[in-house]
Design a protein around this ligand. Structure first.
Ligand SMILES: Nc1ncnc2c1ncn2[C@@H]1O[C@H](COP(=O)(O)OP(=O)(O)OP(=O)(O)O)[C@@H](O)[C@H]1O
Ligand SMILES: [Mg+2]
Length: 375
């Protein structure tokens, strides 16, 4: 029996799925460029990226539905390049769920088992298990066209899981569910994947979903992996400006480096008359133009001292489920998350924003590196 390895597994551990320098051109454009990825046994890896970044193409290459132009895909040490899809032992749910319209729910779920010549009693038992696990028991005799989008997605998931694959690839499996169902099914999927212990890649462009479900998340942009890490690493140690901008809808503004502190790996920056601090990944010389990223929930607002002229004022605020968000205006405009009970900051109030330096991230503004695709 195989042993489940914790997320991110020890580096000396051989990864279950290994992608090395995978490249793919489609229609004359590089859609994937040098993608290398390790997924450890039992790991649930999120693949997060904007539309067109190459997520589906990457899954299709792993599943064997698309050839790669360069690089390699290995599972448990075996090179998959020459293996057709049906011999790879991979379960896949497609972005468009692609159920067989002429087959009932039961037969859709049993399809792969029948292909593998599983005997009828065992087939009935395994389809029954899948129906129960995914809450589809009452629907066994129905046809796909009579199911809601969410039900169809669950059937697709059941069909992929029924054959007990060694790797599951899920391409936006919750995209057609409403917000409430999405939240519930999210945790059901997590439980199912964990209890079966199957190694999985879960594609989404919803970061909340990726963070709620996955141990580690890979961020893809323009066919290149920008960063792979735990949710906390992506939030608190973004590797570059793209990841910093992409995760957590931060405040973003330009500023100029005043001073670099090697000990704390942070800078003081100035923007008009406003100075602040942010951490950096590399030394920066004074005068360097930077982009600063700080999420609204990291911004602390204090009432301005009456003595000094206020640089910022509360312009407006809005109610969110998680509290209130204030817009404060000064040399820059900032959004700041306030607890619901913080009622002292009326519109027009003079305020001073601040944050812990390690919670803001600055990156030098450079010409964009050549992206592999247009995103
Ligand atoms: N057969 C094809 N011919 C030409 N270009 C293609 C082909 N298939 C995909 N592409 C392009 O490759 C890029 C990546 O597509 P892909 O479907 O992998 O993106 P994605 O990250 O899954 O996006 P989404 O979030 O919208 O599903 C896109 O720019 C797409 O237009
Ligand atoms: Mg896609």
């Amino acid at each position: 029996m195989s042993e489940t390895v914790a997320a991110g597994g020890p580096p000396e551990q051989e990864a279950f799925l290994q992608l090395r320098d995978v490249a793919k051109n489609l229609g004359g454009n590089p859609v994937l460029a040098g993608v290398s990825l390790d997924v450890f046994e039992g790991d649930l890896l999120g693949l997060l990226g904007p539309s067109g970044s190459g997520k589906t193409t990457l899954l299709n290459i792993i599943g064997g539905f698309t050839d790669l132009d360069a690089g390699s895909v290995r599972i448990a040490g075996q090179d998959l390049t020459a293996l057709p899809p049906h011999r790879r032992d991979i379960g896949i749910t497609f972005q468009k769920y692609a159920l067989f319209p002429h087959l009932t729910v039961f037969d859709n779920i049993g399809f792969g088992l029948r292909q593998r010549k599983v005997a009828a009693p065992e087939l009935r038992q395994r389809v029954g298990e899948m129906l129960a696990v995914l809450g589809l028991t009452g629907l066994a005799g129905r046809y796909p066209r009579s199911l809601s989008g969410g039900e169809q997605q669950r059937v697709a998931l059941a069909r992929a899981l029924a054959v007990r694959p060694r790797l599951m690839l899920l391409d936006e499996p919750l995209a057609n569910l409403d917000a409430a169902l999405r939240q519930r099914v999210r945790f059901e999927i997590r439980e199912i994947l964990r209890s079966t212990g199957v190694t999985s890649i879960f594609v989404t462009h919803d970061q909340d979903e990726a963070f709620a479900l996955c141990d580690r998340v890979a961020v893809l942009r323009g066919g290149r992996i920008q960063q792979i890490g735990t949710p906390a690493e992506l939030i608190y140690q973004p590797a570059n400006a793209f990841v910093a901008r992409f995760i957590g809808s931060p405040n973003v503004f330009e500023a100029s480096v005043q001073h670099y502190d090697a000990q704390t790996q942070s800078i003081r920056f100035v923007r008009d008359r406003f100075t602040g601090a942010a951490c950096v990944r590399a030394p920066l010389t004074p005068g360097t133009r930077v982009e600063v990223f700080v999420r609204p929930d990291e911004v602390v607002i204090a009432r301005a001292d009456d003595v000094q002229p206020a640089k910022f004022r509360v312009k407006d605020w809005v109610h969110l489920v998680s509290g209130r968000e204030a817009w404060i205006e000064g040399p820059i405009t900032l959004r700041a998350r306030l607890p619901s009970e913080a009622t002292h900051l009326e519109r027009g109030a003079a305020v001073i924003p601040s944050w812990r330096p390690e919670r803001a991230h600055a990156f030098a503004i450079e010409p964009a590196p050549p992206a592999a695709a247009t995103t």
